[in-house]
Design a protein around this ligand. Structure first.
Ligand code: 4NP
Length: 149
């Protein structure tokens, strides 16, 4: 299973989603390949936002080695599923989807909730985003475990 987490800048939400999925997959003994990308190149090459790193660290993941990159057309071939953090990211993925691609494109949160962009907020906004991300990652891992069983 190859999973791509997608947000706008790839420095706040999608790196947290990548870390949350990876930690849970490892704990569950699942073999998944997780990566993340941004629809825009605004922060390409940069590490995750320090506010997101701090909140993620407080929840037990270290995302500091990640570097932001922009979504590429190759990603539509390289991944089985792309999870959009919000509806704007989802629309952008659909707009760029090649006609012959087999990738599934979905909103990450299973209750169809947007994970709000915390970039212009403070720690509470990052904590809120991570709480939604963790709920979505828990649901994803439950699904994957059920599929493997
Ligand atoms: P992300 O957050 O999409 O969760 O990584 C953002 C990061 C940067 C900007 C916006 C959102 N920005 O406008 O630079």
């Amino acid at each position: 299973m190859r999973i791509l987490c997608v947000c706008l800048g790839n420095i706040c939400r999608s790196p947290m989603a990548e870390g949350a999925i990876r930690a849970r997959a490892e704990a569950a003994g699942l073999s998944v390949n997780v990566d993340s990308a941004g629809t825009r190149a605004l922060h390409a090459g940069e590490p995750p936002d320090p506010r997101g790193l701090s909140v993620a660290r407080s929840r037990g993941y270290d995302n500091s080695a990640q570097r932001a990159r922009q979504l590429s057309q190759q990603d539509f071939d390289d991944f089985d599923v792309a999870f959009a953090m919000d509806r704007t990211n989802l629309d952008e993925l659909r707009r760029r989807l090649p006609e012959d691609a087999n990738i599934r494109i979905e909103l990450f949160h299973p209750d169809d909730l947007d994970i709000p962009d915390p970039y212009y907020g403070g720690r509470p906004e990052y904590e809120h985003a991570l709480a939604l991300i963790e709920a979505a990652a828990d649901a994803l891992i439950r699904d994957l475990v059920a599929t493997e069983a």
